[in-house]
Unconditional design. Sequence first.
Length: 147
Amino acid sequence: MSEFLKLYEKIGKEKYGVAVGKQAPYFSTIHPKFIELKPGYCEILIENEKSVHNHLGTIHAIAICNGAELVAGLTTEVSIPDTHRWIPVEMSVKYLGMAKTDIRVRTQCENIDWSELGIIVVPVEALNSHNELIFTAQISMRISKKK
């Protein structure tokens, strides 16, 4: 089992966003609130607060990208075999609407064969508090054997 998943189960979702931010400080800039993390699935909340706003007073597009990379990376980490490693190599995004409310960022990858080597594409979506899709991403992860 991944060390990241062990930590999530040990400290709980309420403290996990802060712990991840200590491991990878850039993720702390969005103050992620974890809803769920398990193999094949991760969901976080990015609250609509000034620290993540753009000049229009909505959640900045790159803050949502940051959340997308977080959920895709953690899902990959807790899903691949312990003998494998990963790194993101490409990200394609579509902005479908303005982020005027809190945003849930999630990936649902229960059907991916995580034992495969090579490129695995992790789909991510962001929804506003009205459950409207405002963002999608496809994040390509290169999966290889640990050296």
